[in-house]
Design a protein. Structure first.
Length: 757
């Protein structure tokens, strides 16, 4: 772990190795912590107090913070503890610590938070309580109540109206994309021509996917203690430099006295970028002020309500289609709710905008994305899943279109993956599609998963059965389950060239010492990828793999400025290791050892993306995945059963197929815990196929989350013959969909009988 070390220049070293979970650590005399949260979503705090607090228990508020009372990043700031105005219901206003966890929780309920409107609320409550005790009041009693009401202080005196205006929803980021007719005419004029006067088939729908972390994972929190003048904190952070900076500023403690011990991030959607930094600072403050070891562990309820992974995104589509299935026009309106704050608003806005049309290239495209604040809790960012909600939306839209116009889903995707007439010479006035999303792995992944799952035969059969059920009678035959099959295809990227809050410039240093010892200076990835790095380097330099080590020690001033999630450990980083080793190999017999080589992403890669015009090639590399999900719905219990999952992936050169398969299987199992709320769906038939190709190595993390939810919801929609537009689903929702269809069918059947009479 991060112990004090000195190098040759007498500089203090910090280790970025990861060990254990923060909840595993403790020390003698440890105090348990509980965050005190605001019961109101607005207002100004006058006082926070706890009467008769027992000895050994402490309550700290914003007033006790010795340094900065806010955490700042990317020109956005958030309070460590709300010291005046409240931004959202549940905002932390204080931290209570003590030696007994049960007592701490009991005392937390007794903490009194007084607001500006306290006098008015107290007087009003007095009136209400008096009226409750006099249910059979006389006229005199009503007269007394009227007098009490008249004596209430004026609302204008107790409510600061400017405060409420301050926290109205604000637009914090926008992005608009225009292509085709939308570049030449106004939005209204283009809409009229494309959707009203064209006579083409049009369809509209709105989609929403909410990421819900499974309850079996470790909740967020931190553990901290003082050792003399040094502060040690254990936290599942993936952004060590930011946590260290924030603690240093809040506690006025020099960085050399702060030791960040990285622990494992538990969960499918780690919050290790920003929200966990708040918890780390709050815990560190309590330990610093009390001089005692302090552990903060969020409850499951707090985790679910206040540590939301990702942002709430709603994507609305309006699509116009030609007879051959080609998309003539695609209009996309995106609403992103970041809660009270999120310092990565523009990053979220741009990435979700780019994913909203996936790899499809319509003739006319308009996208308007608006990102705004709300009275919900602050949100964070999951870099590997940043665009998953958009993929869910576009893939469901595509599947819905295929059902409506009777075209096979794979055929529709391939028709729209490339601009029309790409082999024909374009006229000089015809503009190319503004975004270049490489589709090298698309067709191979699609055709492979279709063959493995027998998708087209099942889709045609289930689709015809669904149509027959609708036309004759929507009332299902209860002896048989309802069946459906869904297909989704999406990509996962490595590196982003747009305007960003992070540096995606992966850099690495490799040094060859005497005795053929090779050191790769980088943050350690998973054990599987570590072995890939070592084997890659050993093969090039012709040394034993056991001679290769990965050094994750950094001086304080060289800690990576960007979060670890921005460094792609496979693909880009492995390619950089190759380049470093090849350079060392050329020099090793001509120069004395040690020999070092430093490499980073080539600058010409970024030149392919025009930040100002927002067009070009936005990503360094991409991996493609296609997924098929086959389901059955029991018409008695309304329980869903997944008959099979098929996933095919083209991620370029594959270094360890067995490890890659294990990774994808694990991600599938994680997804199955989140498709239906508060329930894990079983699937015993999971088929994974990796496709051999010469494409650049790409990221596989996040691929399952980009395709599996959409394939699942498409399968459900086909089974119940009604579109499922949001996830996670609930058993009540499935019941409602089937029940409503049954009622519709009974009405149609009754109408036909009346007509025949």
């Amino acid at each position: 772990m991060a112990a004090r070390k000195k190098n040759a220049q007498d500089k203090i070293i910090r280790s970025l190795d990861t060990e254990g979970f923060y909840s595993d650590y403790s020390k003698a005399g440890m105090l348990y912590a509980k965050l005190i949260r605001s019961p109101s979503d607005s207002g100004k705090i006058k006082d926070i107090e706890l009467e008769n607090i027992p000895e050994g228990y402490f309550l700290y508020t914003a007033k006790d913070i010795p340094g900065s009372k806010t955490i700042s990043i990317n020109k956005a700031s958030s309070s460590v503890f709300a010291g005046n105005s409240i931004s959202y219901r549940g905002e932390p206003v204080a931290i209570l610590i003590g030696p007994d966890e049960v007592t701490v929780n009991e005392l937390a309920e007794k903490v009194n938070i007084t607001f500006d409107v306290g006098n008015f609320e107290a007087a009003l409550d007095k009136v209400i309580q008096k009226q409750k005790t006099n249910k059979h009041s006389s006229e005199a009693d009503f007269s007394d109540m009227a007098e009490l009401i008249n004596d209430l202080p004026s609302l204008n005196n107790v409510i600061d109206k400017s405060h409420f205006e301050e926290f109205l929803a604000k637009e914090v980021a926008t992005r608009e994309v225009k292509f085709g007719l939308y570049e030449e005419k106004t939005i209204a004029e283009a809409d009229k021509i494309l959707f009203e006067e064209s006579g083409l088939f049009t369809t509209t729908d709105t989609w929403q996917q909410t990421m819900v972390a499974p309850k079996w994972q470790e909740t967020d929190g931190a553990f901290a203690y003082m050792d003399g003048r040094d502060l040690h904190i254990y936290t599942p952070s993936r952004w060590t430099s930011f946590v260290q900076k924030s603690i240093s500023e809040s506690l006025k403690l020099p960085s050399e006295n702060i030791y960040i011990h990285k622990t494992k991030s538990a969960g499918v959607f780690p919050n290790g970028l920003w929200r966990t930094s708040h918890l780390a600072v709050q815990t560190a403050m309590a330990a610093f002020l009390s001089k005692k070891p302090v552990k903060l562990v969020l409850s499951q309820e707090e985790q679910e309500h206040f540590m939301i992974p990702g942002v709430l995104t709603t994507v609305a589509y309006k699509t116009a289609l030609e007879a051959n299935g080609r998309i003539s026009a695609l209009k996309i309106l995106i609403d992103i709710d970041i809660g009270a704050s999120n310092p990565f608003a523009q990053e979220l806005t741009d990435r979700i905008t780019l994913a909203s049309f996936s790899y499809y290239k319509p003739k006319n495209l308009y996208i308007k994305t608006i990102t705004h604040t709300s009275k919900k809790s602050p949100t964070t960012i999951c870099i590997h899943n940043i665009d998953s909600q958009a993929f869910f939306a576009i893939e469901n839209e595509v599947q819905k279109i295929c059902n409506q116009i009777n075209i096979f889903p794979d055929e529709f995707r391939l028709i729209n993956a490339l601009p029309e007439d790409t082999d024909k010479k374009k006229s000089q006035n015809e503009k190319p599609f503004p975004f270049d999303i490489p589709t090298n792995g698309l067709e191979a992944s699609l055709q492979t998963v279709l063959k493995d799952s027998d998708f087209n035969r099942k889709y045609a059969s289930f689709h015809m059965e669904a149509i027959d059920r609708i036309e004759k009678s929507s009332k299902p035959f209860f002896a048989l389950p309802l069946r459906g099959v869904g297909l989704a295809s999406a990509y996962s990227v490595s590196g982003y060239s747009g305007v960003t809050a992070f540096s995606y410039d992966s850099k690495i240093e490799v040094t060859l010492y005497k005795d053929d010892r090779l050191v790769i200076h980088a943050i350690k990835p998973s054990s599987v990828i570590q072995e890939i790095w070592k084997n890659t380097a050993a093969a090039i330099l012709e040394i034993p793999a056991e001679n290769v080590e990965i050094d994750s020690n950094y001086t304080i001033d060289t800690l990576p400025a960007s979060p670890e999630d921005t460094f792609t450990s496979i693909g880009i980083m492995n390619e950089l290791i190759r380049k470093c080793c090849n350079e060392i190999q050329k020099k090793r017999f001509h120069q004395p050892l040690p020999i070092s080589s430093k490499k980073g992403v080539q600058k010409n890669t970024k030149k392919k993306w025009d930040k100002e015009a927002f067009r070009g090639t936005p990503y360094y590399t991409s991996s493609f995945a296609s997924a098929v999900v086959e389901i059955e719905l029991d018409t008695y219990t309304y329980n869903e059963k997944i008959k099979g999952i098929w996933i095919s992936i083209d991620c370029g050169e594959l270094y360890d197929q067995a490890a890659a398969v294990r990774t994808i299987r694990l991600e599938v199992q994680q997804e199955l815990t989140m498709l239906v709320r508060d329930k894990t769906i079983r699937c015993d038939a999971i088929h994974i196929r990796f496709i051999k190709s010469d494409n650049k190595s790409g990221q596989i993390g996040g691929l399952v989350h980009n395709v599996l939810p959409a394939a699942f919801s498409s399968a459900i929609s086909l089974a119940v013959t009604k579109q499922l537009t949001s996830l996670p689903c609930t058993e009540a929702r499935l019941f409602s969909l089937i029940k409503n269809k049954t009622r519709t069918g009974e009405k149609k059947e009754a109408g036909s009988s009346e007509g025949s009479k």
